[in-house]
Write a protein that binds this ligand. Structure first.
Ligand code: NAD
Length: 289
């Protein structure tokens, strides 16, 4: 193995320490940052994610409200809960855990979260601000990826970045996240299931972000020697273990830097949510942190 591991756990701990310091600075000014997390139904993975978010809040000195609603919740009931939290000045961030039961339109729910409390960065206003390089809440997973890339000290300007996957929550925003940063990538290519010559495109990437949802999808021959490889994938294998989208053994023999799964992008995603929450509290109260 030649690649250096990007330690997501250590980077997440440092990022959470930043959020904790920001929360403490806000408290000195009489502001207690607060994140409301809504979980509809009993999806086992969602329950784990929500528990993790509540735990992170506790560790960062951020107040959390865990609001559980039954599987049978109607769209109107969920929208009413969001409206209540939107009007509550003591709540700074609102997060609705996805996916939602099929009777609820996910888009209508995301649209109902006020942009200033949209700490997931999924609302149309935040997406538009991101695309046009304006201050906004960046979606946590791609924002975490950018921090991980920057942590390597790699000169990003003028490099080729390739993202595999074009979902609204990871693949699509990963490109503008790169471009919006102070160290701009020259070229960002977003690939997907209809991309021709995927292997060749990936093999030319100085920075390769995999968000496909298929274990071991990125093989060693798709990695440029010395590249930074960021593995977003979380796939539960038949062995019960978590596997990334990257064939770690093969890719790490070629890459310069690589993220592990688990212990890579996952912890960073959680940490970035804490940062967005302290930012939301500061902005809503007109203070700088
Ligand atoms: P998604 O299913 O919404 O999107 C997958 C994307 O992969 C699609 O855009 C599709 O076009 C592309 N794709 C599928 N097959 C392909 C192929 N053969 N060639 C090229 N592209 C192909 O998934 P998502 O929500 O973006 O998540 C992707 C992965 O990241 C999943 O494993 C998910 O669990 C994981 N994830 C991890 C975190 C984290 O915090 N680490 C956060 C979100 C998602």
């Amino acid at each position: 193995m030649s690649a250096q591991i990007i330690d997501g756990k250590a980077l997440a701990a440092a990022t959470k320490a930043e959020a904790a310091a920001e929360a403490a600075a806000l408290k000195v000014q009489g502001i207690e940052p607060c994140l409301a997390v809504i979980l509809v139904g009993k999806n086992p993975a969602s329950q784990v994610y929500v528990r993790g978010k509540v735990k992170d809040c506790g560790e960062c000195g951020i107040k959390s409200l865990e609001l559980r609603m039954p599987e049978t919740t109607t769209q109107e009931e969920l929208l009413a809960k969001i409206a209540e939290l939107a009007a509550d000045k003591t709540v700074n961030g609102i997060l609705v855990q996805l996916p939602l039961p099929k009777q609820i339109d996910e888009r209508a729910v995301i649209d109902a979260i006020p942009p200033e409390k949209d700490v997931d960065g999924f609302s149309p206003v935040n997406v538009g601000r991101m695309q046009t390089g304006q201050p906004c809440f960046l979606p946590c997973t791609p924002a975490g990826c950018i921090r991980m890339i920057e942590s390597t000290g790699t000169k990003i300007d003028g490099k080729n970045a390739v993202v595999i996957g074009r979902s609204n929550i990871v693949g699509k925003p990963a490109g503008p996240c790169c471009l919006a940063g102070p160290k701009k990538c020259q070229t960002v290519t977003v690939c997907h299931s209809h991309t021709a010559n995927l292997k060749e495109i990936c093999a030319n990437a100085d920075i390769l972000v995999a968000a496909v949802g298929r274990a071991g999808f990125v093989t060693g021959d798709m990695v440029k020697p010395g590249a930074v490889v960021i593995d977003v994938g979380i796939n539960r294998g038949a062995d019960g273990k978590l596997h990334g989208d990257v064939n770690f053994e093969e890719a790490s023999a070629v890459a310069g830097y690589i993220t592990p799964v688990p212990g890579g992008v996952g912890p960073m995603t959680r940490a970035m949510l804490m940062k967005n929450t302290t930012q939301a509290a500061a902005m809503q109260n007109g203070v700088a942190i």
